[in-house]
Design a protein around this ligand. Structure first.
Ligand SMILES: [Zn+2]
Length: 400
């Protein structure tokens, strides 16, 4: 029998989440930020569950609250599991996005669901919309805009109804002139989505003419090789604004090498008292297509191009990169970000979009986005102080 406690309080300096039983599910709703769902077990820490540098510690029992030194108040719902869950139960759900802005008559979207553990026996999903007059959702998660307004679309585990995740959906009606200015856009979107700050950096489009993309199966400078539409340099897969992947390239998950390397990185970080979670790993061409076009609809193309890749140009499609803990600017100053900067190369990863290299990589600084290149190249690139594009002498600019 699960019970729920919900508290909303004024800020306190420390967060403690307390639960009964062997497993608990904690839903953190960060107002004005991204709703997140975290699955925890007693005794474990979950770091950086929000974009705020708060740490959540699961102890023994009670209620939960997460606050920060800012005025942001987080409401935490603790769902208690009074009995240990049977083996094979679903204990967590994550989505590829937690908010979206849609237009009446525009495209529908579908967040990709990941249920954990991977070994869960029944991963069936139940979808519902809090307001079908705003957006409807079908049995597999396609969210279709219906009318202007805001609603929440919820996916629940059929196996364990205590486990769910939500997408905040904002719908505007382009035919109703006042709607756009009166309907607020939903919370900050996750993964690659930190809304760009208004510091006015030029977009990637504004530079020199784009170089010609390599044609199939050619070699450039004796180093760059294209096989089946995929570009490599010395065996390192290259994906940026110049070099894309075919829509059909679909490893389906992190590659075994990247996955194993990240597991080692996690263990090493843990020894240093830090928790590193993958919040976004492999992403399909189709998922990126949806994500990118949502950002274009929300922020315009020039802005979206600074922080979200066009479909085929996302490194997440390679299965070789992942976002750690929180994909947003608030991750920059965390101990976890510092640790990644100093240590991730030892496990074969590089910080793919380093600070001050936006004009070269084509993307804003992303302290959370690490790319697996193998330990040899990770060390070489790290020691050089160069970004991947500089190291290999290549560009990152869209052709159009
Ligand atoms: Zn990323």
């Amino acid at each position: 029998m699960a019970t729920q406690k919900k508290k909303k309080n004024s800020p306190l300096p420390l967060a403690t989440v307390a639960v009964f039983g062997a497993a608990a599910l904690v839903t953190l709703v960060v107002y004005d930020h991204t709703p997140r769902t975290e699955s925890m077990t007693v005794g474990e820490n979950s770091a950086a569950v929000s974009e705020l540098p708060a740490q959540t510690t699961v102890t023994t029992e009670g209620t939960a609250m997460l606050t920060t030194d800012t005025t942001t108040v987080l409401t935490t719902t603790v769902t208690e599991a009074t009995q240990p869950l049977p083996p094979g139960s679903v204990t967590g759900i994550s989505l590829t996005f937690y908010s979206c802005a849609l237009k009446v008559g525009g495209n529908r979207v579908m967040p990709i669901v990941t249920m954990t553990p991977e070994t869960a026996t029944d991963k069936s999903e139940k979808w519902e919309s809090s307001d079908p007059a705003v957006a409807t959702v079908d049995g597999i998660g396609w969210i279709t805009p219906v009318g202007a307004g805001k609603c929440t679309v919820k996916v629940t585990s059929v196996n364990n109804p205590a486990v769910f995740a939500e997408v905040v959906v904002s719908v505007t009606d382009p035919n109703a002139p006042t709607a756009a200015s009166t309907v607020p856009i939903g919370g900050t979107a996750p993964a690659e989505t930190a809304a760009p700050a208004a510091e006015g950096t030029a977009s990637a489009e504004s530079g020199a003419p784009a170089p010609a993309a390599p044609t199939a199966n050619t070699t450039v400078n004796g180093r760059l090789e294209v096989k089946d539409g995929i570009t490599y340099i010395d065996g390192i897969m290259i994906v940026n604004k110049t070099y894309s992947l075919p829509a059909s390239y679909d490893p389906g998950a992190l590659t075994p090498d990247a996955d194993q390397a990240f597991a080692m990185l996690q263990k090493a970080a843990k020894l240093d008292g830090l928790t590193m979670n993958c919040v976004s790993g492999y992403r399909s061409y189709q998922a990126q297509d949806t994500l990118y076009h949502n950002y274009v609809a929300r922020d315009g193309q020039a802005a979206a191009d600074r922080f979200s890749a066009r479909p085929g140009h996302s490194e997440h499609q390679t299965g070789l990169c992942l976002d750690v803990n929180y994909a947003g600017d608030a991750f920059h100053d965390t101990p976890e970000a510092k640790w990644l900067e100093e240590n991730s190369w030892k496990y074969g990863f590089i910080i793919r979009y380093p600070k001050g290299k936006e004009d070269i990589t084509g993307f804003k600084y992303e302290s959370w986005h690490i790319r697996y290149v193998g330990t040899d190249y990770a060390k070489l690139i790290h020691d050089s102080g160069l970004c991947l594009e500089e190291y290999f002498g290549i560009d990152s600019k869209y052709a159009e």
